[in-house]
Design a protein around this ligand. Structure first.
Ligand code: HEC
Length: 135
């Protein structure tokens, strides 16, 4: 009787471990496959976005994104910004727009993540939420 219980316990333990392992593998594969698609994250926090903007983006784009001649483009009224979904804008920020990119309009580099590689998807969602408040 005891022996049978032990066998069941081992079988259960193996079963649980097996499920956990295959779940992890699945989500890794999903993350790799959706690299080029619009990014799905929770709603952005514009207050945190403003803090990130003030440290990472303001040097090129100016206070409240008004733009700086020869550096970053103005954001208020940008048809590029209003024409993209939040997920598409996050994907744009992750990639940037270098001087040789076909869509580049100024010959100046828009670095990936504004040159701050520590920003994660949620940080970028927060920056996008802040950009939406600029008009
Ligand atoms: C080193 C300077 C620099 C930094 C830092 C920078 N940008 Fe830019 N950004 C640019 C330049 C230059 C362009 C215009 C590229 C072009 O010629 O098309 C641009 C373009 C953009 C555009 C497209 C605007 C349009 O109307 O086409 C967005 C959106 C944008 N930046 C967001 C950001 C955000 C958000 C940050 C901070 C996370 C950031 N940028 C940091 C230089 C910068």
């Amino acid at each position: 009787m005891l022996k049978r219980l032990t066998v069941i316990a081992i079988a259960l333990a193996l079963g649980i471990a097996g499920c956990g392992g295959s779940d992890d593998g699945g989500s890794d594969a999903d993350a790799g496959g959706s690299a080029a698609a619009p990014i799905e994250v929770g709603p952005g926090d514009p207050a945190n976005g403003e803090a990130i903007f003030s440290s990472t983006c303001v040097a090129c784009h100016g206070e409240r994104g008004v733009g700086i001649a020869g550096l970053g483009k103005p954001m208020p009224g940008s048809e590029f910004i209003t024409g993209l979904s939040d997920g598409e804008l996050i994907a744009f920020l992750k990639e940037g727009r270098g001087p040789s990119h076909p869509d580049n309009t100024t010959g100046v580099d828009m670095p990936a993540k504004g040159g701050n590689p520590s920003l994660d998807d949620q940080d970028l969602a927060d920056v996008v939420a802040y950009m939406r408040t600029l008009g």
